[in-house]
Design a protein around this ligand. Sequence first.
Ligand SMILES: [Zn+2]
Length: 256
Amino acid sequence: MRLKNGWTKLGIGILSIAILCSIAFVSTNWQYTNGVLVDYSDLRQVQPRVFVAADLDDKLVDSLLVIIHEAKNRNEEFWNSTVDLPKIIYCHNQEMAERYTTGNAHAESFFTVFGRHVVVTETGLNTDIISHELAHVALFDRIPNFKWYMMTYRVPVWFDEGIAMQVDYREIYSTEKYLRHTDNGAKAPTLVSMASISDFYQPDTLGWYRYATSKHEVARWLQKVDRQGLDQLIQSTTIFSDFDEQYQFIEAAAEK
Ligand SMILES: [Zn+2]
């Protein structure tokens, strides 16, 4: 009897902690939670994994689906393999954007233990932005193990953003503009200074330099190491290896 009571108390204790943790998670990450629970929301699923407001205009739905299709194709060409769509939530107004994003103007990718989803706002409704977000998801999907941990703590943000920028053809990040505004790279930020999440996404006015430099660096590296080099780097992104070492090692091997 005592044993049973002990177990019951332990069970209630664990359950209470789990409930408290869930409440804490939901209250501090409610935009995440809204996205994770999108299947149970009042949104309309217009294609498997694509969600919009129930009353969204059909013409807008059509153009959204065309853009998603183009972005998926662009990614499959880049990755040279199938790219699985995450859940995509399109927010056609500010009110809906506030429900699903944490403030990024164009689009945002979310990675949780419950899966990954991309939220696109009105200003993100174009092939460049959606391709960019799909590339983040595709890279995440290809990391062999401990994906969330690896992408948060071990893969430098400049690499993640640099990869996403390879399928993002926005003119403001062109090579010509990068070279001009950084004085041929002399004024570009160093890779070390934009490796962590807090360093890369600083709320300063230098965001453009970080994205443009990341794009330029990854393009330079890819030109040397090619598809095989990228596959090799991703496969070797494990808790036992050092990312920067692998990145340099693969480039050095390609030069031989
Ligand atoms: Zn990005």
